[in-house]
Design a protein around this ligand. Sequence first.
Ligand code: AMP
Ligand code: ZN
Length: 114
Amino acid sequence: MSDCIFCKIIAGEIPCKKIYEDGEMLAFHDIRPQAPVHFLLIPKKHIKSVMDMEPEDTPLVGRLVNKAQELAKELGCGEKGARFVINAKSDGGQTVDHLHIHILGGRMLSWPPG
Ligand code: AMP
Ligand code: ZN
């Protein structure tokens, strides 16, 4: 998607602080971190949101969750945990229309969200 900021990051047209990359996913630090650990993990396939994913995307999203867990541990959240968030569409607070998992950790997070 030519007008998608995350597709531009994948294409290298916009810089990011990369944490991990393979053929189907990319992880990078959020530009406005809300916790000591706050990174995003995105599929390279442009899927608009978790509300738009197709059944065929299920294995890919499963691998994303698995990698999110692995990277969260690598960044020091293994013992105390982290929050794995997928905002979807307007009521969900999604601002970038390319499926992404937020991984937040390094401090106690409140619940419920405002
Ligand atoms: P959401 O509101 O769930 O769609 O989350 C989008 C996230 O992307 C926000 O936390 C932004 O801070 C983050 N973000 C937007 N642009 C960039 C960028 N160029 N590099 C890294 N993170 C970004
Ligand atoms: Zn995209």
